[in-house]
Design a protein around this ligand. Sequence first.
Ligand code: NAP
Ligand code: ZN
Ligand code: ZN
Length: 365
Amino acid sequence: MTAETTETTGNTRTTTGFRTVTAYAAERPNGPLVRTTVRRRALGTRDVAIDVHFTGICHTDLHQVAEDWGAGTFPMVPGHEIAGVVSEVGPDVTRWKVGDRVGVGCFVDSCRDCANCRAGLEQYCTGEGGTVWTYNSTGHDGLTTYGGYSTGLVVDEAYVLRIPDALPLDAAAPLLCAGVTVYSPLAHWGAGPGRRVAVIGLGGLGHLGVKLAHALGAEVTVLSRSTRKREDALRLGADDHRATTDPATFTELAGRFDLILNTVSADLDLTAYLGLLRVDGTLVQLGAPEKPVRVSAGALLDGRRSLAGSQVGGLPETQEMLDFCAAQGVTAEIELVGADRIDEAFRRLAEGDVRYRFVIDASTI
Ligand code: NAP
Ligand code: ZN
Ligand code: ZN
């Protein structure tokens, strides 16, 4: 990260304190990811500068670059599964020192004052400025945020997570989004011994859902499009694996589960899946396809079933998840890629060809 950039405006050269970092950005919707530079804000008194070591490629990065959820701001630097090391701290920073192993997840600021922020649910901030997402968002300073497909970040110390020594930085990076996104509903809906959990879709979120539900003591079933990933599912900790293309899956497993996590990135008719819940069971929607969720009312009325949603996890819960993963030896299964292969990784992720998370080696940026 180059600090103290000197800018030239006409004949005036001003040292602004902005930092320049190398990054990979989409310059237009659906555009390829190209090497460029972006500016980070000057280090504030409570900011830490982080050297990015690894960044996971989340399916959300594909949705955002494709503008699946609405207009994006370009150039866009994706990446919200960031693992690195503190390289500099502002004068009032108390929590971190140079050399600390840290992570940054899906958001980098929020109002800090609303009921949700005070409860550690910063991802649901309702205060002024709302949750500031790690990229494709506007900070409270009015600047566009740029994500982790870059060599360095500047983040307020309160929005930084500690990565325990037991976790390797590359395989820990996906925990910052995928990990907490599945951990949060598992914890909220009480996955544990004696509870039956199903995970729809064995991708980035799904494979961590299996590992974490198993580590929490629940009985886990994977519901996947085919039997191709059966061996993997069992190795990751699943007790059972069923193909959703086989109609017998829906009759044999009817009324079985307490909790179902739907991690599928595409549009899915949830009616048949709701039939797999027992009375008072809950299906939690985690995937975020661009089309509205479809479900028949009868599938909810019958069995007093619930359809819920959940978005990432707050700061305290993210730290709790990282500590739990360290204690249980849970990390992501990753395929490390150089920055020159980001487009290839995007293509393969769109096709479902990943086991189970691409992670960018930021030293190649
Ligand atoms: P991913 O790695 O691509 O995994 C998605 C899985 O869904 C695939 O591996 C595949 O599993 C299944 N799938 C894909 N296309 C399908 C189709 N057409 N029909 C049925 N199944 C299909 O993606 P991810 O990174 O885990 O993200 C999944 C979704 O969660 C994305 O929409 C992402 O934006 C969203 N997300 C939400 C949150 C949140 O806070 N709620 C956080 C992060 C991500 P099988 O091959 O096993 O069928
Ligand atoms: Zn994500
Ligand atoms: Zn708030």
